[in-house]
Design a protein around this ligand. Sequence first.
Ligand code: SAM
Length: 325
Amino acid sequence: MKLRSNIDPSATTAEVRPLNEDEFRLFQRLIHQEAGIFLGPSKKELLVARLRRRLRARGVRSFLAYHRLVKHDSAERVKMLDCISTNETHFFREPRQFEFLEQHVFPAARAAASRPPLGLPARRRPGLRVWSAGCSSGEEPYSLAMTLLDNFANWPIEILATDLSTQILAKAQAAVWPIERATEIPTAYRKRFMLRGTRRQAGKMKAGPEIRSVVRFERLNLNNDTYPSLGLFDLIFCRNVLIYFNAESREQVIRRLLNHLGPDGILFLGHAESLSGLTTLVRSVGPNTYTHAANLEKPGSRSVPVPRSHARTTPGILDEVSVTR
Ligand SMILES: C[S@@+](CC[C@H](N)C(=O)[O-])C[C@H]1O[C@@H](n2cnc3c(N)ncnc32)[C@H](O)[C@@H]1O
């Protein structure tokens, strides 16, 4: 068998040489350029732990050689990014935002659908388009699917779920979890939307056809300069993704997300993510929840009303500092 020149046949079992500071900086730069993710100096050991498997799989002994390899091999770059992404997630994460949806966003959406815009007849077929950006293994988009299908019977619902990692997207599409995870889902939803595995699938739970039919998965790197033509969304969830980005990349992503947020749309971020510096673009309407800044100033705006308690206690999420978990 012919071996490719950059593969050292003895290296798959041989020790990988330790990562030195220069090599770390090369990966820091590459990963930031590719994915927007910033690895601080404390992440050096994490990087080694996550990439060592790839070095062994490709038969290279040093991080410098692996860096050279990924620079020219786009498929390997995808695999490298799969290794470095942090995919922690669960169903109905950040319950305050799900409460906010039910108490404030959904009533506003129903009211908007029944109100004739500009003297025209009310929209006959109202619908909701939602984007779960950085969806990990699917718990977030499927939680949204359950909530939306339960609240909007007969409305067309479309959920686009995207992530950088191809590996995690494959898991999300398979939509199978250990049965223990069922406790994260409200009982009524679990009974209606989830399937319990039997025989060879015993001990597992799978998303049922109703929620699977409204969620579509695609790979999308939020750090790309432009996104494919996705259209406008009523709700965008980009939660616990931007905490790994530095301020500059975070701001660029937020600006691009806002370009895809409908005029009355709502953007949800994770609880530790702040938008300081973007006060001219967005205004807080709920827990780590924003709308276009212009909405709240527009007379007769149909956007979600700011709940009184939130308006009183939160001067604007943009003034908040990040909270730690
Ligand atoms: C911690 S998970 C959050 C999952 C879910 N949003 C939640 O809050 O539970 C972060 C996800 O963001 C994805 N991610 C990281 N950088 C990304 C990028 N540049 N573009 C798209 N997704 C990215 C990771 O692959 C990972 O699945």
